[in-house]
Design a protein around this ligand. Structure first.
Ligand code: LLP
Length: 421
């Protein structure tokens, strides 16, 4: 569910017409709905009600300060994967005790930053990382709370580039070696083992792989407790999918996910953490773009937009589907025509959709890419010297630019010319 709906023939974000924002900030741009962000956070939070839990938003999905602050004020924790994300979370007012640090390549500097600034826990992914963490914690003079991310060797049945829970993936330690690695951790002076972490992939549209992984975590909890470890927190990762093609996709509901969590690990008396990114931000954001040209090709027509793969890379990178809808609602019964919808970047990969049925459009029309709130703006680049596009946050009838478009001078002046030139 989201708050991008047609009203009187025009697409709105909450109570603001998207055409009004387009006129004010120019296209392309990202726009987020506060109500949708909060709704998704709340639905997840409520799905885990009855269990001691914390929803740690995986801020890699959309990390604008205004989005983080919106969620932090609602009580969310954050899952961060870099020193930069840690600093962003802190800058948005998230206290250290609500920040978990994930990722396979945390550097000593990043670890030091988090230990000094305060951290809820590190999700440790390897023995060498554990050794560095132990050393740095000793230097800082603190004890680092850790979970160890186990790789349960479960097929998440999602796109290969975003599956993380099979043994061939680079993530976590093989679950079969968990006892050995937990024993190593327990012997380290500056670490405190508090729990287990698992994350098997992203955009999962079936509960079965989660269930399998969580059953393995439950079993491991018993084994590790018998070994003498005080396992009291389970971080169950993120990954619950969203409907990208609304006409034919219905991923599991958060409430079904919550019931499954309860069923698999609820009896263990552990505090539960989840790390959803896409489920919170995905359908809370759209990318709005303008048709520059309609070009007739050999047996096909191209809609050439001012937005491109550098602004929204998901279709080029993961063959991802985004619903694309006109900002002016088509008249009922209007005959749809097929378009290849493309951006202006000079490679054929800059294609958003092929032979997509749309109402007839002309230059100057606006379109909205739905479900672009997660992994949209954060993955954008300035390829082809195209400025990073603005981000706008709507709340009711108000909107604000939360990241402005850089000027060309700012972009060019970031380069420096060596003195020999
Ligand atoms: N926790 C960890 C350790 C993760 O690696 C991820 C995502 C999440 C949580 C959040 O997963 P989510 O709830 O958003 O599915 N750029 C790709 C998605 C990459 C996901 C990476 N890790 C895309 O656009 O589909």
């Amino acid at each position: 569910m989201d708050h991008f709906l047609y009203r009187d023939g025009a697409l709105f974000a909450e109570d603001v017409p998207l055409s009004e924002i387009a006129a004010a900030v120019g296209t392309p741009f990202y726009v987020y709905s506060t109500a949708t962000l909060l709704r998704h956070y709340t639905v997840l939070d409520e799905a885990l009600a009855g269990t001691d839990h914390l929803v740690c938003y995986a801020m890699k999905a959309a990390s604008n300060q205004a989005i983080l602050k919106t969620l932090a004020q609602a009580g969310a924790g954050m899952d961060v994967v870099s020193g930069g994300e840690y600093l962003r979370a802190k800058a948005a007012g998230v206290p250290g005790e609500r920040i978990v640090f994930s990722g396979i390549g945390k550097t000593a500097d990043e670890i030091r930053m988090a230990l000094t600034g305060g951290i809820r826990q590190f999700n440790v992914e390897s023995e060498p990382e554990m050794e560095v963490l132990n050393r740095v914690a000793g230097e800082v003079g603190v004890t680092a709370p850790i979970t160890i991310r186990v790789n349960p060797d479960v097929d998440a049945k999602t796109h290969a580039k975003i599956a993380t829970g099979k043994s061939e993936n680079k993530f976590g330690i093989p679950i079969a070696r968990a006892r050995e690695v937990y024993a190593m951790a327990a012997a380290m002076e500056h670490l405190e083992v508090i729990g287990i972490d698992v994350h098997i992939g992203s955009q999962l549209t079936d509960l079965a792989p989660f269930e399998l992984a969580y059953q393995k975590v439950a079993e491991l909890t018993g084994i590790l407790r018998a070994d003498g470890h005080n396992i009291r927190r389970l971080d169950l990762g993120g990954g619950l999918g969203i409907p990208y093609a609304r006409s034919n996709e219905a991923p599991p509901l958060p409430v079904e996910y919550g019931a499954m969590v309860q069923r698999t690990v609820g009896h263990l008396g552990c505090e539960i953490e989840i790390e959803p990114g896409r489920l919170i931000a995905g359908n809370a954001g759209c990318m709005i773009s303008e048709v520059i040209y309609v070009k007739s090709g050999e047996g096909r027509d191209f809609l050439i937009l001012d937005g491109a793969m550098n602004d929204l890379i998901r279709p080029a990178m993961y063959e991802a589907h985004h619903d694309i809808v006109p900002v002016i609602e088509p008249e009922p019964g209007v005959e749809q025509v097929p378009y290849d919808i493309v951006g202006p970047v000079c490679e054929s990969g800059d294609t958003f959709a092929k032979q997509r049925m749309m109402p007839p459009l002309t230059a100057g029309d606006l379109v909205a890419f739905r479900s672009a709130g997660a992994y949209g703006a954060v993955m954008s680049s300035e390829y082809n010297t195209r400025p990073l596009i603005p981000e706008v946050l709507v709340k009711g009838d108000q909107y604000a630019v939360i990241r402005r478009r850089p000027t060309f001078d700012e972009m060019i002046n970031r380069d420096s010319i060596p003195e020999w030139l």
